[in-house]
Write a protein that binds this ligand. Sequence first.
Ligand code: ADA
Length: 568
Amino acid sequence: MIRSFNQHILRKTRLLDGLWDFVTDPGNVGTTEEWHKNFPSDSRKLVVPSCWNNELGLFEYIGAAWYRTYFDTTQETNIRLIFEGILHHADVYVDGLHLGYHFGGYTQFMTLLPHLAQGRHELIIRVDSTLDWQTLPTDVADWYSYGGIIRSVELQELPDVYIDTLKIDYELTGDQADIRLHVQVNSLSDKDSEIAVNASTEGLDFPASTVQLAAGQSETLTLLGSLANIRKWDVGAPELYTFTVQAGEDDLIDRTGFRTVKVDNGQILLNGKKLYLQGVNRHEEHPEWGFAFPPKLMLKDLAILQDLGCNIVRGSHYPQSQFWVDLLDEHGMLLWSEIPMWGCFMSTETLASPLFAERGVQMLDEMITRDYHHPSIIFWGAHNEIDTRTTEALELTKKFVGKIRSMDESRLVTYATMHPVEDIVLSYFDVIGINKYYGWYEGNVNGFRDMLQNYYRNAEAQGADGKPLIMSEFGAAGIFGDAGWEPRLFSEDYQADVVQQALQIFREDPRIVGTLIWHFADIRVDVRSDRPYFRDRARSFNNKGLLNEYRKPKLAYRLVKEIYRSER
Ligand code: ADA
């Protein structure tokens, strides 16, 4: 399942999810030419989507693996294959031909097969989960290094003239929306064509148009329309509008919600009203599914967030499934979405690497293109905990923030700093996020007070005072079930104390506009024997979840629920 609703009625689509042939290739000996003819006989079956590390014997496997499946076409047709998420490097081969390479595990990519002959076709994907100092994430990150085809694969049959993209832009004046639909149509035909284009949404038919398409070319047309008396999307008021576009024999359906997001006088305004954000960070991870997180559990996670009294969740630390973002839209829950740029131990060589920057910019592009219409997303996050005291971080920030703003001016740009007092990139962002762990990695919870005063001084010196501030990460580890009379490190009591006291400090500070507790649920971390990192993580989990990894609540959950549900 990719979306929570159907995006096509006319266009034929089907999922290629199911049992695929699978074989690891630790020595990198595989070549498609060979394996196209004779796939290794020791291959096994693996479910797509899934992470291979959740299967027996593959827990620690990082490296290359090959996947194979088949699909049939009943006539010559144009095929588009959509890959929702493959960790991390993917080479796609159809009938033995290399069709493309994609890097980046959490964003969608596609391949097009025009005029594919009728018959049975072999799809082979070489997946490589190897990370290094120039990948996003790098090979050091505080989550498990899963590999595999982690999200669905969809096959679409396209007519010779098809809708490639739809972008919905709007401006709100009071409760009137002035809408611009940008529809790109592509031709795979060897003849010129004339195509009728119709579009509508609830209460509005856009004026019909025709588009002249030269053979093999593409055109973008813009349709204009206005809607009066719109219902605005808001926290807890998930008003969505579905747009249907039809071009010749093809169609595309998408949704958006109308709302404004602004910063004014140190506050974040949603539809002109001051927002106080209460939320958690959430990895899309579960010990049994890894990052191939099933829709049923997403719905339950969302119910838990609502129970906790959250109005926002941070998609730490990568673009999450479209299904999840659809659910957030449908339930009026806000989202901070970011790319997997986890910089706690990142070297300045990585920050200065042109390949690293290029990959980051491409991921931003893919994230924003895919998720542009979701009203739940209010922040694009550029990076997390890189060394923002350095000129390398400054240069990278300029590139990333420039890229985000060039694609989307309707949302706020943020990031999470772990150097709030010496940070030199504050002025580039609309909203600042601070990650700090007083009471866990340093000192006691009162350390937050001094840190905040020093941060405000730095912000003033950087000309960035008055920017809305979010405490984007704080917390402590508590092992589920470890409770007692004394708040010992790693006990549920200790964790609950830290989180409760920290929330009290933040809620009393008028300059803080929100809190995102680290973390929603315990997550697996990478503590392989050859690695020096994260060896303080009991059970090989990051235990700072308010819930354990199976979503059972700890003491901290119950206290946070009380606090989040009370008046500030
Ligand atoms: C950082 C980081 C998180 C997690 C956390 C922790 O703030 O952004 O991903 O690693 O620290 O638990 O230490």
